[in-house]
Design a protein around this ligand. Structure first.
Ligand code: URP
Ligand code: ZN
Ligand code: ZN
Length: 463
């Protein structure tokens, strides 16, 4: 099977030029001026005149069918990866959660039982280590060397369920470093947050606003700085997930002054939404996530951080819950399942708010939406770029077409949108995943099971 994409404006993290792309099977085999007469008559020809042709998006922070806070996130591997494809994201990295008292292997088996043969788009796993002990320690090498799972997530919050202490963190960092892996972290001060939650509840303050007020900026700034210190001490590559605010980014900025590199991910919602949404009484539950939305000054910090190279990745932390699930916390904000849907919206929102509004360049867009995640997490150049030999994961994007986001038209398995009615400039038109047209004419053309598990390489801690 071969495909020829003609006359597109190819954009990578470094280049921007008009050329044709020839795909044989799953990979790109030629880029240049390729006439239709030079290819087999059976070759499918796609006219990309006037369109941007970019590497498929990579979202390295999603939670599909995740057991969490007494329920499951509502997108399955099928619905979540399909929605991702509609939005131009061809590969996602999901989080496996170890159960405290159990093994990493048992957690992997559980996640495989939900994902195998069910994904529509490509996926990989981070392993969240929630109980690091002598048994877990013995499993780390196997995950990196044999399973292709080279990143290990840690939680500095959610005490009693997911949080590990600093003693475990240091021990884990040393082990992960030894075998060529990376630590990702949810960096907020869990003890301080638990104190503030209990205090607000004791005062009868039960609305979603108090979720926000229980996680002030200092809880994130402190934990981000502490994580950077521990990573610096151990020499382990570190990656802070869903960083939201000025104080936390300044902790990372400070770390650069001792020549340290800490990778930073923010999420699309922290760039475009702010905490005023929590003032709408229970409606604010739609945006109850951890960390919470922040202030306008934090949005400015994050956009600047992208341009300064301090923030390398824009992900989603996609963790959708139906409205009925959010209602579990109707009378108690601490029972609202934390998370927000965005897997389908990330690429278009980032383009519209970032590129169209002149906040970031086109090359930076590709870098933070795809290339850097591939590099940081050991998938480059198979994923994350348009080059000969790379997987033909390609998005054809109309840069000026306008459309409106709505739960009535999205493909995520969730009955509201965090962006209802938003007018967007720029639209995903066609998506290829490993050489196959996966999205075209607003339809998904591939079945569940087409999505492959992507084994990842060891990480360098550099990009
Ligand atoms: O609110 C969030 N972020 N839910 C998903 C779990 C996590 O902390 O990433
Ligand atoms: Zn988190
Ligand atoms: Zn998350």
């Amino acid at each position: 099977m071969s495909v020829l994409i003609k006359n597109g404006n190819i954009v990578t993290a470094t280049d921007n030029y008009v050329a044709d792309i020839l795909i044989e099977g799953e990979t790109i085999v030629a880029i240049g001026q390729i006439a239709a007469s030079q290819v087999l008559p059976t070759t499918e020809i796609i006219d990309a005149t006037g369109l941007l042709v970019m590497p498929g998006g990579i979202d390295p922070h999603v939670h599909l069918e995740m057991p969490f806070m007494g329920t499951f996130s509502s997108d399955t591997y099928e619905t979540g990866t399909r929605a991702a494809l509609f939005g131009g994201t061809t590969t996602v990295i999901d989080f496996i959660l170890q159960k405290q008292g159990s093994s990493l292997q048992a957690a992997l088996d559980e996640w495989k039982s939900r994902s195998t043969n069910n994904a529509v788009g490509d996926y990989s796993f981070h392993m969240a280590v929630t109980d690091f002990n002598e048994n877990t320690k013995k499993e780390i090498r196997h995950f990196i060397e044999e399973e292709g799972i080279t990143s290990f997530k840690t939680f500095m919050a959610y005490k009693g369920a997911l949080m590990i202490d600093d003693r475990q963190m240091v021990d884990l960092m040393l082990e992960v470093k030894k075998h060529g892996g990376l630590i990702n972290v949810h960096a907020t001060n869990g003890d301080m947050i638990d104190f503030l939650i209990a205090k607000h509840k004791a005062e009868g303050k039960m609305a979603p606003l108090y979720h926000y007020l229980s996680q002030p900026e200092v809880t994130e700034a402190e934990a981000s700085g502490r994580f950077a210190d521990l990573a610096n001490y151990t020499g382990c590559p570190g990656y802070i997930v869903h960083l939201t605010c000025e104080g936390a980014l300044n902790a990372v900025r400070n770390a650069t002054r001792r020549n340290q590199k800490v990778f930073v991910e923010t999420c699309i919602q922290y760039l475009v939404l702010d905490a005023s949404l929590y003032e709408n009484d229970f409606e604010g539950a739609k945006w109850v996530m951890s960390p919470p939305l922040r202030e306008k000054k934090d949005q400015a910090t994050l956009w600047a951080g992208i341009n300064q190279g301090l923030v390398q990745v824009v992900a989603t932390d996609h963790c959708p819950f139906m409205w009925e699930q959010k209602l579990m916390g109707k009378n108690d904000f601490s029972k609202i399942p934390n998370g927000h849907p965005a897997i389908e919206n990330r690429m278009e929102l980032l383009f519209s708010e970032g590129v169209s509004k002149g906040r970031i360049s086109l090359n930076k867009y590709v870098e933070v939406a795809s290339t850097n995640a591939a590099k940081i997490f050991g998938m480059f150049p198979k994923k994350g770029t348009i080059a000969i030999g790379s997987d033909a994961d390609i998005v054809l994007f109309h840069p000026t077409e306008k459309h409106t986001l709505s739960a009535s038209t999205h493909h995520m398995n969730v009955d509201y949108s965090g962006y209802e009615g938003w007018e967007i400039t720029g639209k995903v038109k066609t998506v290829l995943l490993r050489g196959k047209v996966a999205i075209g004419n607003n339809e998904c053309k591939v079945e569940k099971g087409y999505g492959q598990f992507i084994k990842r390489n060891k990480v360098a801690g550099k990009i």
